[in-house]
Design a protein around this ligand. Structure first.
Ligand code: NA7
Length: 546
């Protein structure tokens, strides 16, 4: 039977899409490249992989039973626990019967005559449906830089985002890792424990602060579960889709959570230099993230950056290594905040060497290791922690062709053009979940996913009820939305001229420099989506066939 909706991807977005669309009576078929569910958490199995949103927040709110029955072992979850959660959802709600695994979508094309989306797969099959939902994730296309000689490496080569399912034995091995973003910073302390020697090839130093590493206390979990209704409402009213709920009964009121920072209105410039040092000493490096002016005032930002650098100088024994680990040419708040467990202390180990690629760039990868401008590093294992072609990568890789033979790659040649990060003009009845121009990676992903999938589900329902054949944004709505996305990003640290982040596409050579996520806040964004729907899908063109 021909499905009503084809969904690409069985990560959290694709999984919730099955639940939601099925509930409204639609026949859903999901196509997934991996052999199981979980998306990001299926692929990123590297040692140390962990979520940077608290577990009780990074969870679905669509089912009260699910909320109540699931227990998280840690405050911030490790990858295996999140993958277990994904599997539990798949089993509990019988989602797997709608998913075709080991099936990578290679082409997505609109047939104007039949008004169907036709999807080709690497298994040689083809699927058609009137609606297509790209639930392909924001960080799902690994970036592997084109280093000279890369293909010649004869040892074991790994990418953090394509980590093998079976254990990788690094004992007695000389291991090199390229990249010090979130993935590298999480993996490095674990790899150092497992390898004979670890060489960290760092191009850009990172701002990273200690993560909360507490085990979940029963009383805290209980209090969350007792208050989930209110917590979900709080998430809906928070810019980043997190409730910041603090258990009252189980945690002494006076004890601050390190994630609170100094309080929403605090300004670092309002403190004297001595007060700043005292606050930092009392509350730790992570307190710098809580000062509001750090994100908007370059002077305040540099004060925080300097305090950060001083703190790192104290944490790292070797002065030269410490100096190389200090970010100097961009500020806190430009990139996604990285959280670590013992990152700086790892560089005090005898079996860890930091290789500063700014001082001594990689000249070539050779069959037996890496050669920099200074020396040869013989390696048995080479790990790429070099990130992703973020936000647009998976959509462009899917070879999407819309009305009139227009390809998405062509439409997005100078950057992603979409309305509300949900739809693109010229691609009727094709939807993106957490697409560019939506809060996506700046929001708690599970909150963003639920909102998008609900909106798409309601939209399809509206089209069917009103016998409308197709929906796509108007050109004006797209242009106005992009202008608004840019306007709200302007003046923030995210778009400072010194900032080169994957949010801007700056990590991929040749990618247009555009700030891709919506920084205006989740509640404002959701209101815009809801208003459009309430007004009979204003900003969209709805068509009935003759
Ligand atoms: P990131 O944050 O994009 O980090 C990638 C790292 O790889 C970063 O340190 C890069 O240095 C480095 N890199 C990339 N290309 C090269 C080359 N050619 N040579 C040397 N070093 C290179 O990716 P992650 O996977 O760590 O994290 C992505 C998100 O996943 C994260 O923000 C969380 O939201 C989850 P660069 O800074 O480009 O100089």
């Amino acid at each position: 039977m021909q499905p009503d909706v084809l969904v690409v991807g069985a990560g959290f977005a694709g999984m919730y899409a099955i639940y939601r669309f099925r509930k409204q009576g639609l026949n859903v078929q999901v196509l997934e490249a991996g052999s199981d569910v979980g998306g990001t958490w299926y692929w990123n199995r590297y040692p140390g992989a962990r979520c940077d949103v608290p577990s009780l927040e990074y969870s679905f709110g669509f089912s009260e039973e699910l909320e109540q029955e699931w227990d998280w072992p840690e405050v911030f979850s490790a990858q295996p626990d999140i993958l277990r959660y994904a599997n539990h959802i798949a089993d509990r709600f019988n989602l797997r019967e709608h998913i075709r695994f080991n099936t990578r979508v290679t082409g997505v094309a609109y047939d104007e005559e039949t008004r169907l989306w036709r999807l080709q797969t690497d298994t040689g099959e083809s699927f058609s449906a009137p609606y297509c939902v790209m639930a392909t994730g924001c960080l799902s296309v690994p970036n592997r830089p084109a280093l000279p000689g890369a293909a010649s490496f004869a040892g074991l080569e790994l990418h953090t985002a394509l980590w093998p399912k079976e254990d990788v034995d690094l004992s007695g091995k000389r291991v090199g890792i390229i990249g010090t973003g979130s993935s590298g910073v999480q993996a490095i302390p674990e790899l150092a424990k497992a390898a004979e020697h670890l060489y960290v090839f760092q191009r850009t130093p990172v701002y990273t602060v200690p993560a909360n590493r507490k085990a979940m206390r029963d009383a805290v979990q209980r209090e969350f579960k007792d208050n989930y209704g209110a917590i979900r409402d709080m998430q809906q009213n928070n810019a980043g889709g997190v409730s910041n709920f603090r258990p009252q009964r189980s945690v002494e009121a006076a004890r601050r959570n390190p994630m609170d920072g100094p309080g929403a209105e605090s300004k670092i410039k309002a403190l004297t230099p001595a007060e700043r040092k005292a606050v930092l000493k009392a509350r730790g490096l992570e307190t710098l993230l809580g000062f509001r002016d750090v994100y908007t005032d370059p002077e305040a930002n540099e004060i925080a950056n300097e305090l950060f650098r001083d703190a790192v100088r104290e944490l790292v024994d070797d002065a030269e290594t410490a100096e190389a680990l200090l970010p100097k040419d961009y500020g806190l708040g430009c990139k996604r905040q990285v959280l670590d467990r013992d990152y700086y202390a790892t560089f005090n180990r005898d079996n860890v060497t930091l290789v500063d690629l700014r001082a001594t760039p990689i000249e070539a990868v050779t069959p037996d290791g890496i050669t920099t401008s200074a020396q040869r590093y013989p390696l048995d294992v080479l790990i790429y922690a070099t990130g992703f072609d973020a936000m647009t990568g998976a959509l462009l890789k899917a070879n999407i062709t819309g009305r009139g033979g227009q390809t998405l790659n062509d439409k997005w040649r100078v950057g992603p053009v979409a309305y509300l990060g949900l739809q693109m003009r010229g691609f009727p009845n094709l939807f993106t979940v957490t697409g560019p121009g939506s809060p996506s990676v700046l929001c708690n992903m599970l909150v963003a996913i639920e909102q998008h999938v609900n909106w798409i589900g309601d939209c399809i329902d509206y089209l069917q009820t009103n016998h409308i054949d197709s929906i796509e944004p108007t050109e004006q709505a797209e242009q106005d939305w992009i202008a608004h996305v840019n306007e709200v990003a302007e003046g923030t640290m995210y778009t400072a001229p010194s900032c080169n982040s994957w949010y801007l596409g700056a990590n991929i050579p040749g990618k247009p420099r555009i700030f891709m996520p919506y920084v205006g806040g989740y509640p404002q964004y959701k209101a815009r989506c809801d208003n459009a729907a309430r007004e009979g899908y204003s900003g969209f063109e709805l068509k009935r066939s003759a």
